[in-house]
Design a binder for this molecule. Structure first.
Ligand SMILES: *Cc1c(COP(=O)(O)O)cnc(C)c1O
Length: 371
């Protein structure tokens, strides 16, 4: 028998595949449980924007047609929202798609990408898939001002002549920490102009309006800046797969060259277009999230568990023991959380903020599991 893995390009052979959160249906099958809550994938517990759902119903009658490959209507509202020209936008099948486009467009085998330890798992996968090298920079310690945060000085120092991409998630997943406007902007300003800085803002909408650090406002100052956004989190459209990148038009042009012509489907296009201005739904999502976050933080404090203060819709909790055991106990009580041993944190779980009622149930389950 031929070893087909050996036929794959080297980067792919060595790649550690992404481990998704356990689906509810799988736990139902495995343990015969009902009334399961999934707090594993940072999904929106309030569902989706009702405006998006209504808009999609109208498009359902025409799915024999290809979607608009240029995404004109969605780009139009995005351009207005961000105050940029439409040719600054690259649409993706989830923001994951645009992250992959960036690695495909800018990295060859001799190049490298810089990112922090405990960064989003998709970055190393995308970089390795194209056979490039990664320079993972150790994160700050638990005891620092920004527990497990990016060490930006060390990241700058790691940039060399072969660096093409630098990834920063703000807020970061799976840790939840974030960078202030001043700190992030001065970092971007110090990155050489032939190195693309990707600021991944998947969780930006969970900060209150006056606290949101929106790097897209600096696009005209920094031609090497790419900002990515998603409809998967606060907008509640994870299952549709839609996100986008904002950048200098020359960078967007490169990405759009290699993008599949119909990478965003017609339901996703229209849902995103209408969800974008559903401020009520966003506001509700934000409020439920901060109320749920408070409950979970109180649970941790009661149990004397440390956590990383989070600006996202999840909390990284350190159980100071092998968290696989806690994970299993929570599963048995019908709650799916996310192990992060694959990120190098075997003692931690990443817990998505659910509704307040779900977080009350989690509180009891955590008390039992840790007792
Ligand atoms: C969830 C997430 C994304 C979004 O992924 P989609 O492909 O848009 O669903 C991007 N970056 C980070 C850091 C995330 O956690």
């Amino acid at each position: 028998m031929i070893d087909y893995k050996k036929l794959a390009v080297k980067g792919v052979q060595q790649l550690k595949p992404y481990i998704p959160g356990k689906p509810i249906s799988e736990l139902e099958r495995e343990m015969g449980l009902t009334n399961i809550i999934k707090l594993a994938s940072n999904e929106n517990p309030l569902g989706s924007s009702p405006k998006a759902i209504t808009a999609m119903k109208e498009v359902m009658g025409e799915i024999e047609l290809y979607p608009d490959g240029n995404g004109f209507e969605l780009k139009k509202v995005l351009a207005q929202k961000h105050n940029v020209a439409m040719d600054c936008i690259t649409l993706g099948n989830g923001s994951n798609d645009v992250l992959v486009l960036l690695t495909e467009a800018f990295l060859a085998a001799e190049h490298n990408a810089v990112y922090s330890q405990y960064c989003f798992a998709v970055y190393p996968i995308a970089v390795q898939a194209v056979g490039a090298t990664h320079k993972q920079v150790p994160a700050l310690s638990w005891q620092s001002d920004s527990p497990l945060g990016h060490d930006l000085e060390a990241m700058l120092a790691a940039i060399d002549d072969q660096t093409r991409l630098v990834f920063v998630a703000n807020p970061n997943n799976p840790t939840g920490n974030h960078l202030s406007e001043h700190v992030l902007k001065s970092f971007i300003a110090q990155v050489p102009k032939d190195v693309i800085v990707i600021v991944d803002e998947a969780y930006l909408e969970y900060s209150s309006l006056d606290e949101q650090v929106d790097a897209s406002q600096w696009l005209s100052e920094f031609p090497n800046l790419v900002v990515t956004r998603t409809f998967s989190k606060a907008y509640g459209l994870a299952g549709l797969r839609v996100g986008y990148a904002l950048s200098h038009p020359d960078v967007a042009n490169v990405l759009n060259r290699i993008r599949q012509p119909f990478n965003v489907n017609s339901l996703a296009l229209v849902a995103a277009q209408y969800a974008l201005h559903d401020y009520d739904f966003l506001q509700e999502s934000r409020q439920e999230n901060s109320a749920g976050m408070q409950i979970l933080q109180q649970s941790c404090e009661k149990l004397k568990l440390r956590y990383v203060p989070s600006k996202g819709n999840f909390l990284l909790v350190d159980f100071q023991t092998d968290a696989a055991d806690i994970y299993m106990k929570l599963l048995k009580s019908g709650i799916i959380t996310r192990p992060v041993a694959n990120y190098g944190m075997p003692d931690c779980l990443r817990i998505t903020i659910g509704t307040q009622a779900q977080m009350q149930r989690l509180d009891k389950a955590m008390e039992q599991a840790c007792g």
